[in-house]
Design a protein around this ligand. Structure first.
Ligand code: NAG
Length: 187
């Protein structure tokens, strides 16, 4: 009896603490997510993606949020670079094309990593680094966009997702840049 009521107490507290703690932290961080998502093409995609990505949802300022968003984009770019490299080995007839796409994604990974290093001190450069990845996206689309094989189609789907994540990263770095300019103006 004692142990079952003890157990009930623990479960009750566990459930209660979720109600007590979750909304408070969600409220704080929505402020930054909303500020970020004002600046992107698809606001609902932005809010949906960032509220369900724990490093973004738990970020406590525009800078850590931008770092989380750029890291999310880096992870997707690395995964896609790996897929392109694998496809280059598997699809003998399309090796050159997939290698070209792999190179494009290696370029995106490098730009985004550079963006994350620039964010704190020169956010305008970080924003530029994110924007230039658009050229690499175009290179991928021009290379495999019209192909009908399964690997090309998968690569194009991953590229459309990459485009959306780059838009979020552009918004995030832009938000940090604006914030930075406001601080300088006030100073
Ligand atoms: C915006 O994002 C939502 C959620 O991911 C998606 O359902 C919708 O199709 C997108 N809209 C546009 C215009 O891309």
């Amino acid at each position: 009896m004692a142990s079952s009521s003890g157990c009930f107490f623990v479960v009750t507290m566990a459930i209660l603490s979720q109600f007590l703690l979750a909304p408070a932290s969600a409220l704080i961080n929505r402020e930054y997510i909303d500020a970020n998502c004002q600046r992107v093409k698809n606001k609902s995609f932005c809010v949906q993606t960032l509220t369900t990505y724990p490093p973004a949802a738990s970020a406590t300022g525009l800078l850590p949020l931008a770092e989380a968003v750029v890291s999310l984009a880096v992870a997707h770019a690395e995964k896609t670079a790996g897929f392109a490299a694998e496809s280059a080995k598997k699809e003998a007839a399309l090796t050159t094309q997939f290698n070209e796409c792999h190179d494009a994604y290696v370029g995106i990974v490098a730009s985004l990593k550079s963006a994350n290093l620039q964010l704190k001190d020169t956010p305008d450069t970080a924003n530029y680094d994110v924007m230039v990845s658009g050229d690499e996206i175009k290179r991928v689309k021009d290379t495999v966009g019209k192909n009908i094989d399964k690997s090309s189609k998968t690569l194009m789907e991953m590229t459309l997702q990459m485009e959306k994540l780059l838009d979020l990263a552009a918004g995030a770095t832009d938000a940090v840049d604006d914030d930075d300019e406001n601080v300088h103006r006030r100073a």
